[in-house]
Design a protein around this ligand. Structure first.
Ligand SMILES: [Zn+2]
Length: 1001
């Protein structure tokens, strides 16, 4: 039987002994100093160069997947003598700007005037954008007369069409299908820009949908006519499909500076030829303006979205590992940039000039090589760091804590065993799953077994540690009742090798559900759980990850205790930001401690009511962990989604105890960072861990002029510990163009990256600023960027023409999707926890994930070609694109819906669900049945393709047209007016156009 070892807990002596006042966690000993990330390069003699079958030379036609890394594996024994650490230096010192809103704020609601051409003879008669946005309230039944034509309507505007009504007769919001096609592309249409003859009914459009959108917008009869044909305004689907058609399936070589990569939605094979793959780094623009004046003029954010551990498909070359042995990486003496393709060798190869700071360095003797007739080293293609955009270095001991190699990381599983979790079977489910998933702990490629050690804790109001040492016949439990000052009651036997202790662990996992079966404990603690896990890692002197399975608001008396402070009355007030802030500073200081000790926290939440995600989610966010949330978890409906997430999270590629540094060439610098990060100073981005799905968005600002010749260079270096316990540096380099022509800047923009940046900067700002102000800034900046283009880059045309740069054609529709997201939409209908959750998710998203999140993928399934394996072409996210006779699949990265039209083809219903008709379809399922026919197989294959690349398992919801759950689905039809407010795409475009006109006048 189980051996219970209840230890009566004594308070440890010393500073930990007294509970800190004010709910603060006791502070442990000071964390070790910052990582030594700025060591000078070692100089040593005669180290033979590592050779690799280099990448193909530029423009060669070598097959992309033929090169395999041929580096000698990491050999710790090769390291013997190490130079003493030098102090970290940087070229520039940054002011602390991290609390400022970095969306370009040119006055809330008040745009800086653009010196535009003289206005048209009669200016648009709209209310100016300087008017603070007010809900445009329309009383139900009120008659809004069509306004008189304005200059914006243009000559010959057709009269307003009669009201249109829903054709499906559905109840609910008054969706108004767009009127008949009327407008075509304006005369100024060209490949670089598109003119849209916007004709709108003016007057009512202060802000369409009247942020914050209220039901009032939907309650009235559809009198407010927008004479705009949706088919004539830029279509995201068209943009995606065009890029696929021109660039899909091809090889994209990264040999050209400032090259704009294919869209994230386009599949292609990427070949590193000197710049980092867009899988690792994407930019808002690939051509920076030469001066800060230009940058201010255009107001286009200059930012990079960096996903340093991005997953690389199997047909692309994985990163090479460079090992200079005890010499360590070659680095610039002044700015500490790592050897890369941007270093220029001179003087016969004896010296090199740094591309970042221009310092001329001696080449270390071990690294010397002669130059060829064009001044390139003879070993250029043999060394990844000379010819590739991305590679890894083996780090020497001076890159390790305490100058010794790190221990392999550990995973600690921490299960909330309070009453409800036992009762609903969750604890049993977790324990059962762990038995299989622990077989798949990540390991180094060349290793047979995982080096990761595992440990187990259960908790409710108290903590239970388990000794699972391999020589035990039974696991042992030790109860820590004093949650005020958690300490680790056992060192030996807590963190173990899974293979060695497998039988004891299985024994434990079998017993846990029974052990607490009779427990009536409802109350839980939370901060002490994290504290315990962190202390355990600290005691074992390793980095690691906590997997916490938690369900409730931690109300038990302990540090980090929370009360229910959900208050809908704060919505739409200046205090709304409080809902997004943590309730106590305990979690902030806990996160700081966790990062200092390389402790990443991943949280699986199973809330049935308010649990204060803003507080509970803070540590996962700041430690590079992931927050998963399963509302009202039901075993039969939700376990598959949860188990998929758990498996995926345990197996995913991850680096621990990481510190990232972004270096730039002279003239600009990184000024702000967004992501699952922690920063103790202005340059070092610290991460307890970073996995393949996490991205850090970095904003850049000028501090001098940039040269068109030299371009703008970026080097991102991540120092981290691998899952096998090796210390490495991962380097990504990217070169951008610079231009003194605004047109070049606009030509090189990437809207998907812009939206990623805007989303993160806005979601960061919600902690500090009223949401209304943030929404205004977003609208204003959108208009400003487009107005600047119109004024400076477009050919003259009538004011009624909306002119959009080609690269920003879909900026308005995506921006509107961001504005309609529940985080920015102040509506009481959406739970506070859901808003806090989505805010947190977006903060760490890469570009592909944010693109899908804000503009979901909607696929017609009834047109499926069952003989083909390619996805059907997506359609625009609008109800007008659905049809009664159709079946549609929608996915946004978190949710998946299968929408069935009332007249769905019976053979398709039969094929997918194995029931005779629409009426027979059971919507109470989250997995499609396996029906042995082509429809079923093809659909399930499409769903798995969509799921494959995504970090979260998407829960499938079956939605029948005209049934209640359809309301949830409709929120994702993002081109339409929102159920809870938020304007339609058409309305928003009119609003932006109006603002542009205002700016130009
Ligand atoms: Zn330098």
């Amino acid at each position: 039987m189980f051996l219970w070892l209840k230890i009566s807990m004594m308070k440890p002596a010393g500073p930990l002994g007294a509970a800190a006042p004010g709910g603060m966690l006791p502070q442990g000993p000071s964390p070790p100093g910052p990582h030594q990330f700025g060591q000078s390069g070692a100089h040593a003699q005669g180290h033979p160069p590592q050779r690799f079958t280099g990448p193909p030379p530029v423009n060669s036609a070598a097959p992309v997947n033929s090169a395999a890394p041929s580096y000698a594996p990491y050999s710790p024994s090769a390291q013997s003598s190490y130079p003493s650490p030098a102090s970290t230096s940087s070229v520039t010192q940054l002011g602390n700007q991290f609390n400022a809103m970095h969306i370009n704020s040119y006055g809330s609601g008040m745009a800086a005037p653009v010196q535009g051409p003289p206005g048209p003879p009669s200016a648009p008669s709209f209310q100016g954008p300087s008017r603070p946005p007010q809900p445009s309230i329309m009383q139900p039944g009120s008659q809004v007369l069509p306004p008189p034509p304005t200059a914006l309507n243009g000559p010959g505007a057709s009269p307003l069409p009669p009201s249109t009504h829903r054709q499906d007769g559905l109840p609910g919001p008054q969706y108004q299908p767009p009127p008949l096609p009327g407008q075509t592309l304006g005369p100024g249409y060209s490949p670089q820009q598109a003119n849209y003859g916007l004709q709108m009914a003016g007057g009512q459009l202060a802000y369409p949908g009247g942020f914050p959108g209220g039901p009032a917008q939907m309650a009235g009869p559809p009198q407010l006519q927008k004479k705009l044909d949706p088919d004539s305004i830029p279509s995201p689907i068209q943009v995606i499909e065009n890029d696929r058609a021109t660039r899909g399936g091809q090889i994209y070589a990264t040999n050209t500076r400032g090259q704009v990569p294919p869209l994230v939605t386009t599949d292609c094979v990427i070949q590193d030829q000197g710049n980092a793959s867009p899988r690792y780094i994407r930019c808002t623009t690939y051509c920076f303006p030469c001066t800060s004046d230009m940058a201010k003029q255009a107001q286009i954010p200059l930012a990079a979205i960096i996903k340093p551990f991005a997953t690389i498909p199997s047909n692309e070359t994985p990163l090479y590992l460079v090992n200079h042995g005890e010499n360590g990486p070659v680095r610039c003496n002044r700015c500490k940039a790592y050897m890369c393709p941007f270093m220029q060798f001179i003087e016969g190869g004896r010296r090199y000039q740094c591309g970042f700071c221009n310092c001329v360095n001696d080449v270390p003797p071990f690294y010397f090589q002669h130059l060829d007739h064009i001044g390139r080293r003879l070993d250029h293609y043999e060394k990844p760091e000379l010819s590739l955009g991305s590679y890894e270095y083996v780090a020497t001991l001076d890159y390790c804590r305490k100058n010794k190699p790190p221990n392999p990381p550990a995973f600690i599983f921490m299960i909330d065993v309070s009453y409800s979790n036992i009762k609903n079977g969750l604890v049993k489910l977790i324990c059962e799953e762990l038995k299989t998933v622990l077989e798949k702990l990540p390991k180094e490629e060349q290793e047979e077994t995982s080096a990761i050690r595992v440990g187990f804790i259960t908790y409710n109001k108290v903590l239970h540690f388990f000794n699972v040492k391999s020589n035990l016949a039974q696991p042992q439990m030790m109860v820590v009742t004093d949650v005020g000052e958690v300490f680790v009651p056992l060192l030996d036997g807590f963190l173990v090798n899974y293979q060695e202790s497998q039988s004891v662990i299985h024994n434990l996992l079998d017993q846990i559900p029974e052990m607490f079966a009779d427990s009536n404990e409802n109350e839980t603690v939370f901060a002490p759980v994290i504290q315990a896990g962190m202390e355990a890692l600290k005691a074992a002197d390793c980095a690691g990850k906590l997997f916490i399975f938690h369900s409730s608001l931690p109300t038990a008396e302990a540090p980090g205790k929370l009360r229910n402070r959900d208050d809908k009355k704060l919505i739409n007030t200046d205090k709304e930001k409080i809902l997004f802030q943590p309730q106590t500073n305990v979690y902030d200081s806990l996160a700081k401690d966790c990062v200092a000790h390389g402790c990443c926290v991943t949280l699986f939440l199973f809330p049935s009511q308010y649990v204060d995600v803003a507080s509970l989610g803070l540590v996962p966010q700041l430690t590079g962990g992931t927050l998963y949330k399963y509302n009202n978890f039901q075993m039969h409906m939700d376990s598959q989604q949860f188990l998929n997430d758990l498996r995926n999270d345990i197996e995913k590629k991850i680096g621990f105890d990481a510190i990232m540094r972004v270096r730039t060439s002279t003239g600009f610098r990184a000024t702000d960072f967004f992501g699952g990060i922690f920063m103790n100073n202005t340059t070092d981005v610290e991460m307890a861990a970073i996995d393949c799905d996490k991205a850090v968005t970095v904003e850049f600002k000028h501090d001098d002029k940039l040269g068109e010749d030299s371009g703008a260079l970026i080097q991102c270096a991540v120092l981290y510990t691998t899952i096998g316990g090796q210390r490495r540096l991962r380097i990504h380099n990217l070169s951008l163009n610079c231009s003194s022509q605004l047109a070049d800047l606009y030509k090189s923009c990437e809207t998907d990256a812009l939206i990623n940046f805007f989303a993160k900067s806005a979601f960061k700002a919600v902690l500090h600023q009223p949401l209304k102000v943030i929404r205004e800034i977003l609208v204003n900046q959108t208009a400003h960027m487009l107005a600047c283009y119109r004024k400076n880059c477009a050919s003259p045309s009538a004011a009624s023409q909306l002119i959009l740069p080609d690269s920003m054609k879909v900026l308005p529709v995506y921006m509107n999707c961001l504005l309609k997201n529940c985080v920015l939409l102040s509506r009481p209908e959406i739970s506070t926890d859901e808003r806090a959750y989505q805010r947190q998710l977006v903060m760490t998203m890469g570009v592909a994930d944010s693109q899908l999140f804000f503009y979901p993928q909607l696929l017609p399934i009834h047109t499926l070609d069952v003989k083909s394996t390619t996805l059907p072409a997506a359609i625009r996210c609008s109800e007008s694109r659905l049809s009664e006779e159709g079946i549609f699949l929608l996915a946004n990265g978190l949710n998946m819906f299968l929408w069935l039209g009332v007249s769905s083809p019976p053979e398709l219903v039969q094929g997918i669900f194995n029931v005779p008709s629409f009426a027979h379809v059971n919507t109470d399922m989250t997995l499609l049945p396996e029906v042995g026919n082509p429809y079923s197989q093809t659909l399930r294959m499409i769903m798995s393709i969509i799921q494959q690349k995504r970090p979260y398992s998407m829960k499938l919801t079956i939605v029948k047209q005209r049934e209640q759950p359809e309301m949830v689905f409709r929120q994702f039809l993002v081109e339409d007016k929102g159920l809870y407010g938020g304007s339609s795409y058409v309305d928003f475009l009119c609003c932006v156009h109006k603002e542009i006109c205002q700016l130009l006048n």
